[in-house]
Design a protein around this ligand. Structure first.
Ligand code: SF4
Length: 491
């Protein structure tokens, strides 16, 4: 039955559904052995991206820092293109520009000359050297190459100036992990290289946000401000990747903001490190705990009521600061929105895809709304995803049996969704656009990457206020899709 043929009167809300599993007329059910990613030798529509991307994201969040990609131009260009699409900002990323000779003889000359050119032309305070598949496969001895490059820089620009430049190596063989691991490795590399002294407690907390957008980081800072807590946000991309356009611009372009190097050096003196998205940032937090006894608080993502409650409760316990009335009001507003919209969201079938932490955080919030998860796809395989998701489903008293994909691809996700008797909504990133179109269900965009819409990088989904934004979009997507227009006048 088509939407405009549904008689309006006498239909209960849960029957107000349009016929929506048409697929393409040519669709034929696939052989089961082709559907599971585990039984195929090819990946179709990966739900993840390349490891160096995560490391470059991290480096761009440090003040005055430039990533230097030890690999071919494509490994840098692809990431710059992705950042431009998602953030609508330029991203300065240097590359060693590997060609055939580097693949045969190694990338030493490329690194030494490349770092020299980068320093002379762009004057970075920090350089994050990010390796790639090719440099890892040919076995570049990066530590000795960087020593050689520094020795040559000392000769050319003088030891004082050369030694002021921090050069941090992040090994990111992309065949061994995804963008999340790239960010995770960067978190460890930066604190290991720069936070080397614990001498004077600073009373602050470290925040490693993971691959959260500028709007999310601003929301975390808002929570800290209201708690009266000083924080060091490692890899603070909120300004570099959402910079105000304020002429005159200087050349070379240096984006504002980013975590200052001296703050990273001070991280060993903090009370605790919060890794908000465990798969991207816990390596740095755990390193500081092991080496300097700085408590590591790993997850859960501060999404929705319980996720944000848990973040603030732990922040309060660590710092001794009570949660203020202003934040309790924000919490109350989110609860009020949940209560106001429960009848629209209750029992709606939802599929969630994206990075595992995003899927975990969003699913927990979806359950708070009364949505019923039918398929949950974390794009990067994780040791903890299935266990953590089972705990979330159990704690919510959810008795359904959703498909859990731990690192599978989107082909598998799509094939499963096509066979479901009912699906109301997909929550995920832009890679799910074609699936949502094929199934004729709305897609609520969240997570990385969102490149087919504007402004998603500027808004928050974390915290109570971010929860209201996400809830609003979910509810409006359901209303726009499930209700005939004349019916929405009476809502
Ligand atoms: S997957 Fe490897 S070769 Fe491809 S862009 Fe990433 S680092 Fe470069």
């Amino acid at each position: 039955m088509r939407l405009n043929e549904i008689p309006v009167e006498g239909i209960p809300y849960d029957q107000l559904k349009i016929e929506k599993i048409p697929c393409a007329p040519a669709y034929a059910e696939r052989a089961p052995e082709l559907v599971s990613a585990g039984s195929r030798t090819v990946v179709v529509n990966p739900n993840r991206t390349c490891m160096p991307l995560g490391a470059m994201w991290a480096v761009l969040g440090v003040h005055g820092a430039i990533p230097f990609v030890q690999g071919a131009q494509g490994c840098a260009t692809y990431v710059r293109y992705t950042f431009c699409r998602v953030f609508k900002e330029p991203a300065t990323i240097a590359t060693a520009s590997f060609h055939e000779d580097a693949a045969v003889f190694g990338g030493r000359r490329n690194l030494v000359e490349g770092l020299r050119n980068l320093v002379v032309r762009y004057h970075p305070e920090v350089i994050g050297v990010v390796t790639t598949c090719s440099s890892e496969i040919i076995g570049d001895d990066m530590v000795s190459f960087i020593k050689l490059a520094r020795a040559q820089l000392r000769q050319e620009i003088g030891p004082e100036q050369a030694d002021r430049i921090e050069i941090v190596l992040v090994n990111t063989p992309s065949f061994a992990g995804s963008h999340l691991e790239g960010y995770d490795r960067a978190s460890r590399a930066f604190v290991e290289n720069m936070a080397t002294v614990r001498d004077k407690p600073n009373g602050k907390v470290n925040i490693i946000p993971g691959l959260l957008y500028p709007g999310d980081i601003r929301e975390i800072k808002h929570l800290l401000r209201h708690m009266g807590v000083e924080g060091i946000v490692l890899f603070d991309i909120s300004d570099p990747l959402d910079a105000p356009l304020r002429p005159p611009q200087k050349f070379p372009y240096e984006p504002p903001g980013g975590t200052p190097a001296e703050q990273i050096r001070d991280m060993a003196n903090s009370l605790a490190t919060f890794a908000l998205l465990p798969h991207a940032g816990q390596a740095g937090a755990r390193y500081l705990e092991r080496k300097y006894g700085v408590r590591a608080v790993v997850g859960p993502p501060p999404v929705g009521v319980q996720g944000t409650d848990q973040f603030l409760r732990t922040l309060s316990a660590v710092t001794g600061q009570p949660v203020p009335e202003s934040l309790l009001d924000e919490r109350g507003r989110l609860i009020d929105s949940l209560a106001d919209t429960f009848h629209h969201t209750m029992m709606k079938k939802v599929a969630v895809m994206g990075d595992p932490d995003v899927v975990l955080g969003v699913t927990r919030f979806a359950l708070e709304m009364g949505l019923e998860p039918v398929a949950l796809a974390g794009g990067t395989a994780s040791k903890t995803f299935t266990r953590d998701m089972s705990v979330i489903l159990k704690e919510a008293g959810f008795t359904g049996d959703p498909l859990l994909l731990n690192g599978g691809d989107l082909f598998e996700f799509e094939e499963y969704l096509k066979k479901l008797p009912r699906l109301d909504l997909i929550i995920g990133n832009s890679k799910a656009v074609d699936i949502a179109k094929e199934l004729q269900v709305p897609l609520v965009r969240t997570g990385f990457p969102v490149y087919d819409r504007f402004g998603y990088q500027k808004r928050a989904v974390v915290g109570y206020r971010g929860g209201e934004i996400l809830l609003t979009e979910i509810v409006n997507s359901i209303l726009g899709y499930q209700y005939p227009d004349d019916r929405t006048h009476q809502l």
